[in-house]
Design a protein around this ligand. Sequence first.
Ligand code: GTP
Ligand code: MG
Length: 205
Amino acid sequence: MKGHDPTGKPMIVFAGRSNVGKSSTIRALTGKRVRIGKRPGSTRSELMIDFGPVTIVDIPGFGYMAGQSKTAIEETKTNIVQNLESWRGKIALAVLIIDVSLFRELHERWSNRAEIPIDVEFYSFLSEITPNVIVAANKVDKVKPRVLQEELNFLQTELKEAVQTKDPIVVLTSAPKKRGISELSSLIDKILVEQGLEKPRWVVT
Ligand SMILES: Nc1nc2c(ncn2[C@@H]2O[C@H](COP(=O)(O)OP(=O)(O)OP(=O)(O)O)[C@@H](O)[C@H]2O)c(=O)[nH]1
Ligand SMILES: [Mg+2]
């Protein structure tokens, strides 16, 4: 099934670093028992989920994966980028999942090495593929409430700096606790309707 969409329906792609909760978020939205794992690299190739009027695509995480060599990790990333490019015309929207409890720490680590943080790089890339990108700042349950606003501001500032032509759409989520999931599904629906597309039946509304 890799890289091949059997349905031809509009795609909603879920992308993000390994272990941020892409599969968990899809499960919370759709009730489909997609594979979830404790270790990064649980989803090894694109999974196409036929979901009513749309195809939901669970994309493998990029970045670190347990038990994988650096070369293999690089190859996975190249593969993801190529697949997304080849689906360009079919993607109705992209959901970028970010682990908000780790974002600042990872961001600082990459910036200190004079590299573009991978979450931000991917946000720019997805924004080139589609004008419709939603960022789900997931694992919000792991962030201390008193620093949450600060972390969110930091994330929004970094995203805005990366793609200056529009304000980022960010929704705070916790997939296992189902927090923010109905907000996320409403945002997705809004974007689908704007494009004249049909809304799927989410399990959480
Ligand atoms: N605390 C907390 N844990 C979460 C949240 N979302 C996912 N997890 C946990 O994070 C781990 C990874 O979840 P997955 O949904 O498999 O993540 P993924 O992004 O699909 O991972 P890969 O397929 O490996 O790239 C699992 O142990 C989940 O239970 C969240 O919002 N809060
Ligand atoms: Mg996964």
